[in-house]
Design a protein around this ligand. Structure first.
Ligand code: HEC
Length: 134
């Protein structure tokens, strides 16, 4: 009985070690999202990933509602010449999105690679530029 208990304890310990949140050390994904990013196998997968990153980090300020500070600021900036919601824009290029995310602008904070990893930023720009140039 004692051996059985010991064996069960060890199995339990091993399980808890291996089933913990997958937080890779390689900077491949956002720690906060806690999901291991396998290299996306298709563009659709990349864009879906970008959308998840956007929902997590950007939507609070850039959601379509005019009350959101990013959306409200861009409505004032563009005065209707461009959509205020980032997801409705068709003019964005990856370099612009990358610069805004890494450097911030006005009241928008910048995001470090430990927050939005380079891989996540790649997915994010793919998502935000997906309907550009149509
Ligand atoms: C705390 C609120 C906040 C968060 C979070 C935020 N933004 Fe912003 N963002 C803003 C504001 C406000 C502006 C407008 C700044 C200005 O020009 O006055 C802005 C501007 C931008 C612009 C420039 C658009 C243009 O045409 O001038 C881009 C691109 C952008 N944000 C992308 C993002 C992305 C991508 C994320 C998520 C990683 C994000 N933002 C997260 C508040 C935010």
């Amino acid at each position: 009985m004692k051996h059985l208990m010991t064996a069960l304890t060890i199995v339990g310990l091993l399980l808890s070690m291996s089933s913990g949140a997958q937080v890779p050390e390689d900077g491949q994904t956002s720690r906060e999202l806690g999901i291991l990013l396998e290299a996306p196998e298709s563009r659709a997968e990349l864009i879906a990933r970008g959308e998840a990153v956007y929902e997590y980090w950007c939507n609070a300020c850039h959601g379509p509602e005019m009350l959101k500070p990013g959306t409200a600021a861009l409505a004032i900036k563009y005065q209707g010449a461009l959509p205020a919601a980032l997801t409705e824009r068709t003019d964005m290029v990856p370099e612009f999105v990358e610069q805004m995310v890494r450097q911030g602008i006005s009241m928008m904070p910048f995001f470090r690679p430990t927050e939005v990893s380079n891989a996540d930023l790649g997915a994010l720009t793919a998502f935000l530029t997906d309907n550009s140039g149509d």
